[in-house]
Ligand binder design. Structure first.
Ligand code: URA
Length: 435
């Protein structure tokens, strides 16, 4: 029998932990025989001493095996994309149907937004009737029929992660690359994937505070997932500004549908969506070259197939059957819609993207605590890009708010968050690919 304090002492003293010891500890986390004190001390020891690849892989697999894992028997590769999150990161809503249109199956189990970041699940909940927690049989049916189903995490998926994460959250141990890698991958690997594409964000709105740490996280995730038998690549992409033109749940869904229809396709968002989708098609072998992948993806859009798949998924998960035809009428609308102008004229030099994300939270579009309810209608529309010229007639964005008071609060935050100057910081959509 494992004695938790002996296990913790080993990590504290930098001695290697065996696969069996890690599995027993995580078993104890799941059945309750390991106490909160043990988990917090272990997390702190890992925070300071790190973990070898063998230890990280063993931790990830033990956490994955603390709950259910999906198994598929489909006539195409099973693939998913996961992002470390940010503002206006609406890629999943288009990428899922686009990959499905190209012959992949995408069982995407997504999360809610927390802190300044948006969550895919919250975005889907702005669609009336959409059920983010279907039972397992229905989830499988939607994946089989549509090629994609985007749903939420049930308590059956990696329950050890749920417990460990809630303790890390209150013991200053979230910022540990081995723990973050194991936490993300325990849930993703339980989806039964052949291929995973990771989108690790870099910049002022990224989860990791520096480029070097984002890269270290990407490398760690790629190494562990490949060691666990899931072909994985990571792209380091920009989060110094909102990825989409809109940030906020219903507003992002609106932008995603407009993208699929071809009504409005922001070039930055398109480049990142294409890069992640291309990586998935190449990794699964559905495309043999970048040119072939791009042709397949462009065809999925121009033929209307990706749009049709999105509409079918929405309908099968309880949303309106004519959602894509009447999405603007179905999505909730805020009472106050008004522009925010800069305090001075000039070029948008940089943005404090955490503050921009928090302005959406302040409007009611995100949560301070996981249990908080959110207002799907609020957010920011037509957000300026770094390098854009602005003046007292050119707005920084259009705010959608529930009332004048919250509009004014958001206005102040946004005006403070956008730095006007002469020289914009240099950004590019995709920095590098790992793996
Ligand atoms: N997201 C997760 O799922 N886990 C972490 O530890 C950090 C981000």
């Amino acid at each position: 029998m494992l004695i938790p304090q002996e296990f913790i002492r080993k990590k504290r003293d930098n001695q290697p932990l065996s696969k069996e010891e890690i599995a027993q500890f995580i078993h104890g986390v799941t059945d309750g025989s390991v106490a909160n004190e043990h988990i917090s001390a272990f997390a702190m020891a890992v925070y300071f001493n790190g973990m070898s690849l063998d230890e990280k892989t063993a931790l990830t697999l033990a956490m994955r095996d603390s709950g259910e894992s999906l198994r598929w028997d489909l006539d195409g590769p099973v693939v998913d994309k996961h992002s470390t999150g940010g503002v206006g990161d609406v890629v999943s809503l288009m990428l899922g149907p686009m990959l499905a249109a190209c012959g992949a199956y995408v069982p995407m189990i997504s999360g809610r937004g927390l802190g300044h970041t948006g969550g895919t699940l919250d975005k889907f909940e702005s669609i009336p009737g959409y059920n983010v927690l279907p039972d397992n049989a229905h989830f499988r049916e939607v994946v089989k029929e549509c090629g994609v189903a985007i749903i939420g995490q049930t308590s059956a998926l990696a329950p050890a992660d749920k417990r460990i994460y809630s303790i890390r959250d209150v013991t200053a141990t979230v910022e540990s690359i081995p723990m973050i890698s194991a936490s993300i991958l325990s849930k993703k690997l339980a989806e039964g994937l052949d291929t995973l594409i990771m989108d690790v964000k870099v910049g002022s709105g990224a989860f990791m505070p520096t480029y070097a740490l984002s890269k270290e996280l990407a490398q760690s995730i790629v190494e562990i997932a490949n060691a666990a038998g899931v072909k994985t690549q990571a792209l380091l992409t920009d989060m110094n500004q909102s990825l989409a033109c809109n940030a906020g749940n219903a507003l992002e869904v609106k932008e995603a549908v407009a993208y699929l229809i071809g009504k409005h396709r922001d070039p930055r968002l398109h480049r990142v969506t294409m890069a992640l989708s291309r990586a998935a098609l190449l990794s699964t072998g559905l495309a043999g070259s970048e040119i072939e992948a791009d042709t397949m993806l462009e065809r999925s859009l121009s033929s209307g197939k990706a749009l049709e798949i999105f509409g079918k998924m929405v309908s099968m998960l309880g949303g309106p059957s004519d959602f894509c035809d009447r999405y603007e009428a179905y999505l909730p609308q805020a009472a106050v819609i008004a522009p925010v102008f800069p305090l001075e004229r000039g070029v948008v030099a940089s943005m404090d993207l955490i503050a921009i994300g928090m302005s959406v939270v302040g409007l009611g579009g995100g949560r301070i605590r996981p249990i908080d309810a959110i207002d799907h209608s609020v957010g920011l529309e037509k957000i300026v890009h770094i390098g854009d010229r602005v003046d007292k007639q050119t707005p920084l964005c259009i705010v959608h708010a529930k009332d004048q008071e919250s509009f004014h609060e958001a206005q102040k935050r946004i005006q403070r968050a956008v730095q006007i100057g002469d020289t914009p910081i240099e950004t590019q959509e995709i920095y590098e690919t790992i793996g």
